[in-house]
Every structure is written in structure tokens, then in C-alpha cells.
Ligand binder design. Sequence first.
Ligand code: NAP
Ligand code: MG
Length: 417
Amino acid sequence: MKKIKMTTPLVEMDGDEMTRVLWRLIKDELILPFVELKTEYYDLGLLNRNETRDQVTIDAAVATQKYGVAVKCATITPNRQRMEEYPQLTEMWNSPNGTIRALLDGTVFRAPILIDAIKPAVKNWKKPITIARHAYGDVYRGIDFKTDEPGETTMTFRGLSGKKQRFSVQKTDGPAIWQGAHNKEASIRSFARACFQYAVATRQDLWFSTKDTIAKVYDGFFKTIFEEVFQEYKDKFAALGLEYFYTLIDDAIARVIRSEGGYIWACKNYDGDVMSDMVSTAFGSLAMMTSVLASPDGKFEYEAAHGTVTRHYYKYMKGEETSTNPVATIFAWSGGLRKRGELDALDDLIKFADALEQACLDCLNAGIMTKDLASLVEPGIQARGVSSRDFLAEIRARLELSLNCCHAISSALAMRL
Ligand code: NAP
Ligand code: MG
């Protein structure tokens, strides 16, 4: 069988620890035998970020802006403990995801991969719920403080023009705690645009929720901006039969729990932080969550939602075989290749991405899975927990079969023509 050709490179960002090991295996077993892979490679492994003084992360983000599609392996965000583990580090480098997100002005969309053998904790959920979390501002860029006597807190805004606006927050009759938060119009607009853009790209309805009955100006501004940006997408939504739906966060939660899934739920920063953990846990496993960073101008970076799976890596380094789940990382690759295929009109590449995902699902539905999943299957379903290496071999066998079948069918059809 001839390998599938690509025309534009995919930006490839390598990473750290166990996911770096899986990255290599996935490429060798599941991609390179079938695709004439064209990537622009950036090594975002911690040591190379250190060596390049993190320039490699910036270069990778710039390349994503240029080519439009990237696929990223999980990376270590160093903390104090990592500084001890890697004494050669010259700085506690920032999170690469944070750097890339800032440069692409993007929003992260997280969605679970569903399989028949593992049922969501919410029994009526049948399709994935994608959470879009606004990743700037509010309490994450706020200040909070404590006072210990009666008094008043005021807030003052001083404009560059010299204009001043002063507000009384509250007068208190005793010790109190306080919080000041902000968000920026430009950031909210980018968030809204990324959400509408992603809804169109994935053909899903978009829900958005805030608490604008209480925070009338603050959350009301989010609501207004979303409504304004929606006007730019109204016709596209109508043509695709999609719906944009705004509701109060309390009502959204009730509706989400009663729904079948199959939509994007856009959340403010805190709501997204909390709700994405709730939704992913209810769907099953962090190892089955995909994540894509989408920019308001339609650039995409695909990755797994989990980290570098350090505990498994230490076992691997001791020579032990691990059963680390590669599914979310494989779906990052298939997501990137499919998007590349769509942008470059490469039908075979799109079909390959579909076949790769289907091979993973077939394997899982046949009860062959890594150990993290084997413990979650419904009672009565036979599941076999295998090593990552064996799991990839099983996926490869199914992928080969399906690609050979497709090839044989299309050759037969061509002969008949
Ligand atoms: P983690 O790597 O997601 O792993 C946490 C635990 O979840 C693992 O120890 C494992 O549980 C389970 N797990 C996660 N992914 C799995 C998989 N694919 N297969 C099987 N089990 C899986 O999170 P962490 O330990 O908090 O963070 C490790 C490193 O990753 C940190 O240095 C952090 O900076 C980085 N990180 C990177 C990203 C990113 O690049 N996007 C995201 C998050 C964290 P058991 O050990 O019980 O088997
Ligand atoms: Mg959280």
C-alpha cells in the first residue's frame, strides 16, 4: 500500500517523560508506516527548553501561527521539586501551554472520548460535552486581602487620560475579606470568537452561561459581547443548523445534567476550571480527555488533557513495562492530521485519521485496554488490561486491516469503472 501524502507540515511539539516515550511509539507504530509524515519538529522537552532559554516554545507557537495546525506532547511545567530533580535548569520556566495560549490568543476546548464499555456517571450522557474555558482574568488575576477593623473599601480607576472613577465597594462593621477582579474586553471578544469558530468547525451547538443576574455589569458584559460576536456567525450557524444558547449558570448546570451531551459549553474562567473537572470525572478518565487550543483566527493545537504521567515514567526508567494509556495522545495526532487534511483537501489523510481513531475504539470495545480503563468497565464486560506496547500493537493490527480493506474496496471499484 502506498503511503498517504501530505502537502503542508504539521507543527510537531515533542514533550517529556512517559508521554515522550509514547509519542515515539505512536509515531513508529501508527503513523510513519502509513503516512509520509511531514512535520516541522520542535523539541519542547524540558532540557531543550532550558537550553534554548524557552525560545523553542515561542518558535513552535509562531510556526503554529504560520501553518495553522500543531500537535503537542505533554510537557513538564517545572516547580521547586523539578528544579531539584533537574539541577541543570537555569530558570523555573513558564508553562509551555501558557506561553502558546498567550501567543495564539487561544481558548482550550476539552472533550472526552466515549466508549461503550465505560458508561458516564450521568446515565443519559450519550455524546461528549466539550468544555471551553476562558483562560484569562477574573479571580485568577485578582487580588484578595483581609482587614481587621470597621471601615470602608473603595476602588478607583485612573484612566491614562486623567479621568478618575471611584466606587465604594462596601462599608463593614468589623473584620472582613475583600476581592478585586477584572477582565479585558479584547480577551472576552477573542474567547467568544474562538468559541463560535470552534462550534462551526466541529458542527456543534454552543451554550454559554454566566451569573449576569447578580454581576449585572461584569457578567452582563460577557453576555453582551457573546451576543455581539454571535451576529457575525448567525448566518453560518443557521446554514449549519446550529444553535447559540445563553442561560444562567444555575440553569445551565441543570440542563447539562439532564442533556444527552453533544455540544460545547463555554464557561468563564472559574466555572470552566471547576466544571471541566466535574465533566471529565463523570465521563470516566483523564487519560481519555482530548484537548485542543483554538485561536480566534482559526489555528489549532491538539494535545491530550493529561500530563507527562511521571509515576509511570519512573517505572519505565527502572525497566518495568507500563500500562500507560496512549489514547488521548493518539487522538491528538488524529485530530491534527484530520485538520491538516481538511485544510489541504487531502481526503486520504482525513480517512486515515478516522481509521486510526476507529482502530482505537474497536480495540477498547473488544475489551483490550490499558489498566487504568480496565478497572472502570461496566460489570459483566470482559476487559483485559495490557501494556502500552501490546495495546499499540493491537491498534496497529486493526488499523492495517481497515486500511487494507479500504484499499482493496477502492481498487475493486476502480477496476469496475
Ligand atoms: P498526570 O501526568 O496527568 O498524571 C496524574 C495521574 O493520572 C497519573 O499518575 C496516573 O495515575 C493518571 N494518568 C494520567 N494520564 C494517564 C494515562 N495516559 N494513562 C494512565 N494513567 C494516567 O499529572 P501529574 O502527575 O499531576 O503531572 C505530571 C507532570 O505533567 C507535571 O510535571 C506537570 O507539569 C505536567 N502536566 C503537563 C500538562 C500538559 O502538558 N498539558 C498537563 C498537566 C500536567 P496512576 O499513577 O495512579 O496510574
Ligand atoms: Mg481544576
